[in-house]
Design a protein around this ligand. Structure first.
Ligand code: HEM
Length: 135
């Protein structure tokens, strides 16, 4: 049955639209004062970040597993350990992503679903004990 289900990747509009979403996400991160601390965690050039997040989200959303084919298992929590991620960084990441999603031409139900799933993913990557809801 599962093979008859339409994937999030298709609902987003496939490769070109996913790339556009990721590009807009990093453009927002690169320019918005609201994402200053998040931007500072990244390298000066965001080109590798753009490529890797696009490749990861391709497989994550049900499209081609580009990231896994090239880099192996994502192990995202482990790969984010070098960066101090607390509530501030999580919320800045989600602020950029939610803005990018709002600026795209996606069906509202798709946007709502993506926001909820990405919020879970971002929360899972917190590795600094701060705020009132530490894990
Ligand atoms: C919670 C807030 C987050 C922060 C502060 C953060 C920060 C970073 C930083 C600084 C890097 C290294 C630079 C780069 O190569 O792009 C990185 C890499 C990456 N991030 Fe995040 N990130 C966050 C959330 C997420 C989420 C929610 C996802 C997936 C949905 C994600 C996916 C990735 C991927 C795939 C890489 C590349 C990993 C690699 O191969 O090295 N990140 N992130």
């Amino acid at each position: 049955m599962a093979e008859n289900l339409i994937s999030l990747y298709d609902l987003i509009g496939g490769e070109a639209h996913l790339r556009a979403l990721v590009d807009n996400f990093y453009d927002i991160m690169d320019s918005a004062p609201e994402a200053k601390e998040l931007r500072a965690l990244h390298a000066q050039s965001l080109s590798q970040s753009r490529e890797k997040l696009f490749m990861f989200l391709s497989g994550w959303s049900g499209g081609p597993q580009l990231y896994i084919e090239k880099y192996g298992h994502p192990r995202l929590r482990q790969r984010h350990m070098p960066f101090s991620i607390g509530i501030l960084e999580r919320d800045q990441w989600l602020w950029c992503m939610n803005k990018a999603l709002d600026e795209g031409q996606y069906p509202p139900s798709v946007v709502e679903h993506l926001k909820a799933r990405l919020a879970e993913a971002a929360d899972f990557l917190r590795n600094r004990a701060d705020g009132f809801d530490n894990r």
